[in-house]
Design a protein around this ligand. Structure first.
Ligand SMILES: [Zn+2]
Length: 112
């Protein structure tokens, strides 16, 4: 897979996107407002993850949020049910040039 590669701070987890993100989503749900992640979304076949993180399944058990067990950086989320067909990647693990000028979208995840 070619495309932009990002990763956690210590380099244990690396993620490569096969697409160029077109917007950056900020979410106010109970996890995202604490982590400050900026999200982009794609199907799992567009996103290559290498390395193994630590998973945290949030309260409604729809998503697993992954972070590095060494440096603690939130890298991505995967759906608990793979049939969902989409996953999220934290744009902040990529070079700022990839995302700093993207339009930002606020998702009101706290009220879903
Ligand atoms: Zn790390």
């Amino acid at each position: 897979m070619t495309g932009e590669q990002g990763g956690c701070h210590c380099g244990a987890i690396k993620i490569r996107l096969s697409f160029n993100p077109v917007e950056a989503t900020e979410c106010d749900c109970s996890i995202c407002r604490r982590t400050g992640a900026l999200w982009t979304y794609g199907s799992p076949d567009e996103i290559e993850v290498s390395g193994t993180g630590v998973g945290y399944v949030q309260g409604d058990a729809t998503l697993t949020n992954w972070h590095c067990g060494t440096c603690g950086i939130i890298t991505h989320w995967t759906p608990v049910n793979p049939e969902y067909g989409r996953m999220g990647v934290n744009l902040r693990i990529f070079a700022t040039e990839l995302w700093e000028n993207l339009p930002q979208k606020l998702v009101d995840g706290a009220n879903w």
